[in-house]
Ligand binder design. Sequence first.
Ligand code: AVJ
Length: 322
Amino acid sequence: MITDTVASRAVYELAQEVSAGLSKRGQKELPAKCFYDEVGSALFEAISHLPEYGLTRADEWIIRRHARSIEARVPKPLMVAELGCGSGRKTRWLLEALSRSQPLAYHPIEISASALAMCKRELDDIHSVRIVGHESEYLDGLLEVAARRPPQQHILVLFLGSTIGNFDRSMGAQFLQQVRRILRPGDALLLGADLEKPAPQLLCAYDDPLGVTAAFNLNVLARLNRELDADFHLDQFRHLVRYNQVERRIEMHLLSTVDQIVTIPGAHLTAMFHAGETIWTESSHKYNLPEVVQMVQRSGFRCDQQWVEEEWGFAESLSIAE
Ligand code: AVJ
């Protein structure tokens, strides 16, 4: 029964997002979080193993290599909350380092039930770590965690993998401000950010020759067919990637190759597409180091330390709430 209610609320929320994004007069859009149903989470996991997509490996390398220095700099005693845990693979190294000196509560917060289940399975062998999963949006989940905080404990928020890059720069800073408001002075934030790199390298990473990223992108339409009873013809849409030099971000779109009308009964919506028209499905902003320092500062944190992987170009920044 409870699962039913959670599932139907999730479908309702999906319908709201879809109807808002696809009834836009100008550029149609779907928010990036719509990617992550069971298939989408599995496809992202596959992307993270592609030779062209070095982001996840670079992130994991930093965390693995510097887990002890990160551990040495965080406030204690502490509990860990992770925004979007995904498979949990890279979090292992941190949890192992952090639980060496104290038993640890780890609160992964995920909108994807299947990713949450995967993460619990992946990490459940670490001794002295207790996992408390939250299937919810980031800020709702973080509010739940903060409400359960024992007195004297600090919270370390993990926001890894450059998910911050899905927000516009100003929205990203705003989001971190909202995170900060839920925290107390002295709490910590570990933020992963993908660094600027040559456009050709990025275009390969987001338009891989195997077509996994294309499948990941198109799956959002397949999901609307499955969950909202829509009638998208997937062969009439094409994966499109561009690098926006001004905004310094990758943009992913789904391009309609013909004039067409799509019905989405579950969202009470009919959408018209002209040949060549696109649905904007994701932005992935790229950063430089001082910019990340500035962004966290504007959001009420002080950046304490940054660790960089130079080969791909990725940074983890540890900040303390002021
Ligand atoms: C999970 C948001 C960091 O932007 O690189 C990968 C998602 N999209 N390939 C990214 C993604 C296409 C990814 N993030």
